[in-house]
Every structure is written in structure tokens, then in C-alpha cells.
Write a protein that binds this ligand. Structure first.
Ligand SMILES: *Cc1c(COP(=O)(O)O)cnc(C)c1O
Length: 401
């Protein structure tokens, strides 16, 4: 961390204070620096900045004080040396791959990663000679078996979307390091408030800041956190040259999001657990996927590796797509949208939206059935959320009648 004085502070203090550099105006809240470039005192200073021999701002594609404050704050929260902010979560994943890999390299990735991540690996990186083998998130042996001499990167997301499966970060990090590979973890669903992949052995954390870091569904952004050698090396260098950068305004929104992150995450977790336990008792439901339930197959692993079980759950309703759609349409408050990590709860039918572009066989293999519904639990009163889902369940009951 660049500010040694922060090392003694706890998570909530870092979330509010880390990375702030007050200007001569004495502002209490962090300013938004909306400037494309910076002025140098002399031609010699300009030359020193451009050559890298003198630190400081050059151009906002790769140096902006508001973006830097966000980067330093998130790095402090994840326990990483360096953070690079990006234009979106997908830009964070693409920048990680393009900053670290070259033609001929190989990736081993969890089959249960975000849909566009699968498309990035299998359709786009493949065109540049980088192949990916997809394996089950929960089958740790399969990760080791998939490694080839040219494997450079292992990539996973835990908990997974939408089935909330848990990957064993420490075990997969150990495999990665034994084979000289880097492990990157998409920490979008937990955020550092609930899970610290770097402390568990991962080398890189990627984020979609769009989700819980913003927390109110306003801006699209992403970030990459890790060691100075990895993130400050090839990854920063790719960002500086190719330019998938975060805007200062979005950085400011995410900075404010970080200040309330842990409070919000704990509220999301409490409501999600309440709803998961209630849904599990309803006769129209076949299964509820939430790592906080004792019935979850990796409940013990989740309890060990996370300090909360997260704000997202999914469940399978009896009656397939017809029942799932009837349930969704009968809710009147919860928003029908595919985003998550918002203070407003959202409800989604993964098979026909977020996972609609993958083949039916791939969907079946991933366990995304026609009756599956995902709820990203927001910050409304939990009684109102339960009543809204009850409307949905009553509509399903009427279908069967
Ligand atoms: C949304 C999401 C992404 C992509 O983030 P964008 O900001 O939409 O580009 C990546 N990973 C996970 C787990 C996500 O939920």
C-alpha cells in the first residue's frame, strides 16, 4: 500500500479514508478531476514525466487523481499493492488477459464464470492464439488435470452466478503456483468486505465495480488488484497503451460506494439469508441455491473462506419456464433486470437472459434449468421483499391448480 500510515487501520477506516490526498482547497470530500491532460512547469519536467523518471500526472488515459484515489482505496481493501481501474468489469478481465498473456498461452477457467467472460475466452482470445479449457469450479482435481506446459492463467469466480457454487481459492491457488501459473479471481459477488482472495493465495483480483462497489446501479466500471510486479507491469502497461480506462466521474461514484461497502454487504447478506431460509420451506420450490444454507453442498467451505454469504440467491421453481416467468411477472416491486449488487432488488430468468446466448447443452451442463430464478437481494425492507416473492409463488400455485 502506498500510504504506510494506513497499515494500522481497519477495513471501515480504509474504506472511508485510504487514497485521499487533500488539495490546497482543504476539501473534505474527494474532488472529481475532470481534466484530460496536465500542465508541466517546464519542457524538462514534461520530458521527465514522459520518460517515467519523475512521477506525476501526464494524461488521464492512465493518470488521473480521482481514479488513483479509487485505485488506492480498493487496493487497501483487497490487501493488494497495486490496483488499476478500468472502464468496465469486462475491460478488467480483458486487460488482465491481454496484459499477461501472448499467443500460444493457455488458460484454465471455471465453466461457471460470467457469460461474457466465457465468450471473451472462447471466441475472442482464441482468435489470438490463446486457448481456454473450461473445468468445473468445484472439482479441484479437474483444475490440475487441465494444466498443460503452456498454461499461464487460472481464472475463477466464486460464488458463481447464478448457482452460487463455491470454488476453493486456497486449494486452486496452490495448484496454480505449483505449475508456475497465476490465479485470478473475479471477486464481484463478495467484494473485499466478505472475501479476500489475495490473502487466500490468489495473485490477482478482478472486479466489476458496476455491481456492489457502486451499490446503487449507476455506473459501469471495473478494477484489477494484485502485486506491483503483475498489475504495475504488463497489466498497467496494456491499460496505458490500449486505454480501457475508467472515467474520473465513475471513479468518484465508486469511491463513495466503497465508503459504505461493508455496511451494505452485511445488510444484503442478512436479507438474502432470511429469504433463502423462507423460500426453502415453500412447496412450489424444488431447491434454493444460497451458500448460507446448511443444505448448500459447500456451506462449510463458504463459511471458511467468506465472512458473509452474499446478496445473491437463486432457486428452482416447479413447472419450468412457464412457472418461472409467472413468478417473475407476478412480483410488483422487485425490478426485472439482469443487473445485481444494487440497493434495488432485481429478479432474473437466467436461461432466457444472462445465459440465453450459450447453447442448450452448455446451459444444461452448467445446471441452468428453465425453472431457475435469480434474485439479487437489495436493501428494501425484507418483509416487503418476502411479500413480493409470495405474490410470485401464489401465481405459480394458481398455474398448477
Ligand atoms: C457483471 C459482471 C462482470 C462484468 O462486469 P461489467 O462491469 O458489466 O463489464 C464480470 N464478472 C461478474 C461476476 C459480473 O457479475
Amino acid at each position: 500500500m502506498s500510504h504506510p500510515e494506513f497499515e494500522e487501520y481497519g477495513f471501515d477506516t480504509l474504506a472511508v479514508r485510504a487514497g485521499q490526498v487533500r488539495t490546497h482547497e482543504g476539501e473534505q470530500s474527494e474532488p472529481i478531476f475532470t481534466t484530460a491532460s496536465y500542465v508541466f512547469a517546464s519542457a524538462a519536467e514534461a520530458a521527465a514525466r514522459f520518460s517515467g523518471s519523475s512521477p506525476g500526472n501526464i494524461y488521464s488515459r492512465f493518470t488521473n487523481p480521482t481514479v488513483r484515489t479509487f485505485e488506492q482505496r480498493l487496493a487497501a481493501l483487497e490487501g493488494g499493492e497495486r490496483c488499476v481501474a478500468t472502464a468496465s468489469g469486462m475491460a478488467a478481465i480483458a486487460t488482465t488477459c491481454l496484459g499477461l498473456l501472448k499467443a500460444g498461452d493457455h488458460i484454465v477457467a471455471s465453466r461457471s464464470v460470467f457469460g461474457p467472460t466465457v465468450l471473451l475466452f472462447s471466441n475472442i482470445l482464441a482468435r489470438f492464439g490463446i486457448d481456454t479449457t473450461f473445468v468445473s469450479l468445484t472439482d479441484t482435481n479437474a483444475w490440475e488435470q487441465a494444466i498443460r506446459p503452456n498454461t499461464k492463467l487460472l481464472f475463477l469466480e466464486t460464488p458463481s452466478n447464478p448457482l452460487m457454487e463455491i470454488g476453493d481459492i486456497a486449494a486452486i491457488a496452490e495448484i496454480a503456483h505449483r505449475h508456475g501459473c497465476v490465479l485470478a479471481v473475479d471477486n464481484c459477488f463478495c467484494t473485499p468486505a466478505l472475501q479476500k482472495p489475495l490473502a487466500l493465495g490468489a495473485d490477482i483480483v478482478v472486479h466489476s465495480a458496476t455491481k456492489f462497489i457502486d451499490g446503487q446501479g449507476r455506473c459501469v466500471g471495473g478494477a484489477i488488484v494484485g502485486s506491483e510486479a503483475l498489475v504495475g507491469g504488463g497489466i498497467y502497461s496494456f491499460l496505458r497503451t490500449a486505454g480501457p480506462s475508467m472515467s474520473p466521474f465513475n471513479a468518484w461514484v465508486f469511491l463513495k460506494g466503497l465508503e459504505t461497502l461493508r455496511l451494505r454487504m452485511y445488510a444484503h447478506c442478512a436479507s438474502a439469508l432470511h429469504l433463502a431460509q423462507w423460500l426453502e420451506k415453500q412447496s412450489q420450490i424444488i431447491t434454493v441455491n444460497y451458500p448460507g444454507l446448511a443444505s448448500h453442498p459447500q456451506h462449510a467451505l463458504a463459511a471458511r473462506q467468506q465472512s458473509g454469504f452474499g446478496g445473491v440467491l437463486s432457486f428452482e421453481v416447479k413447472g419450468g419456464r412457464e412457472a418461472a416467468w409467472a413468478l417473475i411477472d407476478a412480483t410488483k416491486m422487485i425490478s426485472i433486470t439482469a443487473n445485481l449488487g444494487d440497493s434495488k432488488s432485481t429478479i432474473t430468468h437466467p436461461a432466457t437472459t444472462t445465459h440465453g446466448r450459450i447453447t442448450p447443452e452448455a446451459r444444461a451442463q452448467a445446471g441452468i434449468t428453465e425453472g431457475l430464478v435469480r434474485v439479487a437481494v437489495g436493501l428494501e425492507d425484507v418483509a416487503d421483499l418476502q411479500a413480493d416473492l409470495q405474490r410470485g409463488l401464489s401465481a405459480v400455485a394458481q398455474l398448477g391448480a
